[in-house]
Design a protein around this ligand. Structure first.
Ligand code: HEC
Length: 198
């Protein structure tokens, strides 16, 4: 009975609360912390991107992100301009432009967080990449993500493997300009000859 009472009086989980770390956190667990600290305000508590619904978790005065003075065209000192939309990073159809985890990690390291690019340490960038991969079910996170295995973890749509005979197509097309060029050359030579005879 006591447990039932305890359960019903539990507060609803705070969506913006810091994730708890276990005694021996994995790389991806640490990545969840990095995400919470450096990415969540823009990419959402579930990686959904800056959606209208997510913005409702903000204090009322902060919900219009593109108000000039804050993140609009003329941000105040220490403010910064935000692009009009912030993409999701977790869920189906996300991260499509990154063929593999190496490229994703490099992108994150070089460009994120948006307002202060390249401010993560190398280690943090690996951790947060491992977290995103795990949340997207692309990586079981049993071992650490490193330079030696990241190439093998495919992220976005795989590059088309079957390229149907591009060389054959090029061959069937290419003779035409050559023939035309040859005809023009012959005509020019004929013309020159006629002119010389006159
Ligand atoms: C201040 C807001 C902001 C923060 C904080 C931020 N991002 Fe971003 N992020 C953006 C914006 C804006 C884009 C779109 C950039 C573009 O398209 O050029 C983006 C794009 C991305 C993309 C590419 C998504 C795609 O499919 O195009 C990834 C991955 C990403 N961010 C990861 C992160 C990670 C990881 C962090 C935390 C370390 C982070 N971001 C922090 C604003 C932010």
């Amino acid at each position: 009975m006591g447990t039932v009472v305890a359960q019903t009086s539990m507060p609803t989980p705070d969506r913006l609360a810091q994730p708890t770390l276990s005694a021996s956190p994995s790389q991806a667990d640490k990545g969840a912390q990095v995400y919470w600290l450096a990415c969540l305000p823009c990419h959402g508590d579930r990686g959904q991107g800056l959606t209208e619904e997510f913005k409702q978790t903000y204090p009322e005065e902060d919900r219009n992100c593109w108000n000039s003075g804050c993140h609009g065209a003329r941000p105040y000192e220490n403010g910064f301009t935000l692009p009009p939309s912030i993409p999701p990073v977790i869920g189906s159809g996300t991260l499509q432009k990154f063929p593999n985890a190496t490229i994703l990690r490099s992108y994150i390291f070089a460009t994120m967080p948006w307002w202060r690019p390249a401010s993560l340490t190398q280690e943090e960038s690996w951790q947060v990449t491992a977290f995103l991969l795990r949340e997207n079910k692309l990586w079981n996170a049993q071992e650490d993500l490193t330079t030696s295995n990241a190439d093998l973890i495919l992220v976005g749509a795989p590059v088309a493997t079957a390229t149907p005979q591009p060389s054959a197509a090029a061959l069937t097309v290419s003779p035409l300009p050559i023939i035309i060029g040859f005809i023009i050359l012959v005509l020019v030579l004929l013309l020159l000859r006629m002119l010389r005879k006159k």
